[in-house]
Design a binder for this molecule. Structure first.
Ligand code: 5GP
Ligand code: ZN
Length: 119
């Protein structure tokens, strides 16, 4: 079934509590946790509890959950007090764009100056 947990998915295991993570916030539909290899002082991943491989497939199947991720990204920025200075929300989509974990996730990056355009 679309959205069901995948046995070989690292982020499904984090949702299930089978892999530990430093959780910042949790809602009925999302989990936000700190990236294991942070690229900025604030580097938090916001993921849906349902499994879809990328943002496009999540938005097509469950648009309300996709909206929940954006709302949670803003809450994370407030939590880490980077909302005033600015932050970036990134969905790497496809291996060619650097996606390595194929369970939808928003990177929330802040706490330092951010280059534009990104690399
Ligand atoms: P992607 O490259 O797919 O856009 O992002 C995947 C992110 O997941 C990377 O930034 C990577 O550091 C992070 N990551 C990979 N494995 C783990 C893990 O076991 N725990 C946490 N917290 N982050 C992870
Ligand atoms: Zn998954």
């Amino acid at each position: 079934m679309p959205g069901e947990p995948q046995a070989d998915c690292l982020f499904c295991k984090i949702v299930a509590g089978e892999v530990p993570a430093t959780v910042v916030r949790e809602t009925g539909t999302t989990v936000a946790f700190r990236d294991i290899n942070p690229q900025a002082p604030t580097h938090v991943l916001v993921i849906p509890k349902v499994h879809y491989p990328d943002a496009a497939s999540l938005a097509a199947a469950e648009p309300q959950v996709a909206a929940d991720i954006l709302a949670e990204a803003a809450k994370v920025a407030e939590h880490d007090q980077v909302d005033a200075t600015g932050y970036r929300i990134v969905f790497n989509t496809g291996a060619g764009a650097g996606q390595t974990v194929f369970h939808t996730h928003a990177h929330v990056l802040g706490g330092r100056g951010l280059q534009w355009p990104p690399g």
